[in-house]
Design a protein around this ligand. Structure first.
Ligand SMILES: [Fe+2]
Length: 234
């Protein structure tokens, strides 16, 4: 994907997150220049891959297939297991931009509508071999169990949340015609509160994708992505 798409989407995310009252920590604003003076004191940000995460899943159609996320906290594997066992993200949800259908073998996540418009979530139960089951789906929305047809869609209005346990295949996006308008597009924000998020090993996509795609450097990078941080300065 193009660096210009990444830069632009991060700027939109900053504006939309602020519009729904979500404040970001200082490292959200650190530039490439700022990182030159960061030493070992910022290692938690590097190791837990906190910060901006923008992907088109290698499909080259960012308006349809993509995600712009900000990871606020996450655990990572250390000797003896995970010290921090939880994670939190904010996600920008433009209308109709989807991540590919996927599930997690380990992570359990709650997706919370943090404001803007509505979020739509499509769900399938996964079979043992990681395909979409034809079984009906059970899902908890705000503590209430709902049953849906396979591939059924749940609508979350601001403040509502859904629990996605392991092996529940999901995909969510902002509902067309709802959301906060920035530069002619309407956006919603979802929050994710989960167990540790391991984006290298625990994302099971139904079709092959590149979670961290190659980037065409068509303009200067404004912020490092979570997988790009430079090593600590001496
Ligand atoms: Fe997920």
């Amino acid at each position: 994907m193009k660096r210009s798409e990444i830069n632009q989407s991060i700027e939109v995310a900053k504006e939309v997150f602020a519009a729904v009252g979500l404040h970001l920590p200082p490292f959200a604003y650190w530039t490439v220049e700022d990182w030159k003076s960061k030493g070992g004191e910022a290692d938690e940000i590097r190791r837990a891959m906190l910060g901006w995460d923008v992907t088109d899943f290698g499909k080259g159609q960012f308006e349809e297939w993509g995600r712009t996320l900000f990871t606020l906290r996450n655990g990572y594997r250390r000797e003896g297991g995970f010290l921090k066992c939880y994670a939190e993200k904010f996600i920008l949800d433009p209308p109709n931009q989807k991540p590919p259908l996927h599930f997690h073998r380990s992570k359990m996540e709650d997706i919370i509508n943090r404001g803007g418009g509505n979020i739509l979530i499509r769900l399938f139960q996964a079979t043992q071999d990681g395909k979409c089951s034809e079984e009906r789906v059970k899902a908890q929305v705000d503590g209430m169990t709902h049953e849906l047809d396979p591939g059924g869609i749940v609508r979350l209005e601001p403040g509502q949340s859904i629990c996605l346990p392991p092996y529940l295949i999901h995909q969510f996006w902002g509902e067309q015609g709802t959301g906060i308008e920035v530069a002619g597009t309407q956006y919603t924000v979802s929050g994710e509160v989960s167990s540790v998020c391991d984006d290298w090993n625990d994302n099971c996509f139904l079709d092959p994708v590149e979670r961290f795609p190659a980037i065409e450097e068509d303009e200067p990078r404004r912020h490092y992505l979570c997988n790009e941080y430079p090593a600590a300065c001496e």
